[in-house]
Design a protein around this ligand. Structure first.
Ligand SMILES: C[S@@+](CC[C@H](N)C(=O)[O-])C[C@H]1O[C@@H](n2cnc3c(N)ncnc32)[C@H](O)[C@@H]1O
Length: 145
């Protein structure tokens, strides 16, 4: 399964840029993970761009009000999607005012990394670290404790 992460706007925070680069580099060994930065803007415009860019894929909307998962539960979900033959999953990070209700309604999963509201680049970094953790679990590698 290919993974596309859509995070609006150019990265600005140094630590998030470094962390994102690091995890994308690590993930390269495990499969297809791409990060795309659609143009930023208001919630309506960004949600529309995210909706269009993720059409025809398994749509995972990142939102603090969503379902909270343990890493084991996330691994199980990803394994199930792979077994179902899902070709591409899209992970959608929202603009500063979050996603529209329309985009939330059209999600296959609304996933909360935590109930806290995170700065969007920090949310991106945590998302990538969790995808990396899942990839190492799937391979039986020792990163995960
Ligand atoms: C600053 S937050 C937006 C907060 C906004 N008040 C809202 O109601 O969604 C920007 C984006 O970061 C992501 N994000 C922030 N905290 C998150 C969390 N705990 N879990 C998942 N995604 C989160 C979401 O994609 C969110 O749309």
């Amino acid at each position: 399964m290919k993974h596309t992460i859509l995070a609006p706007g150019k990265p600005a925070l140094g630590y998030a840029k470094d962390g994102t680069t690091e995890y994308l580099k690590r993930l390269r060994r495990y499969g297809s993970y791409e990060l795309i930065h659609p143009k930023d803007g208001n919630s309506e415009d960004v949600s529309k761009r995210l909706h269009d860019a993720s059409s025809g894929t398994l749509r995972i909307v990142m939102d603090e009000r969503g379902e909270q998962l343990t890493t084991a539960q996330l691994t199980k979900k990803i394994n199930q999607w792979e077994m179902r033959g899902v070709k591409r999953a899209s992970y959608l990070i929202g603009a500063s005012d979050g996603h529209t209700q329309q985009l939330r309604d059209d999600a296959d999963l609304i996933w909360a990394l935590s109930p806290l509201t995170l700065q969007h680049e920090l949310a991106l970094l945590v998302l990538l670290e969790q995808l990396y953790r899942v990839a190492t679990i799937q391979r039986g590698e020792p990163y995960h404790r």
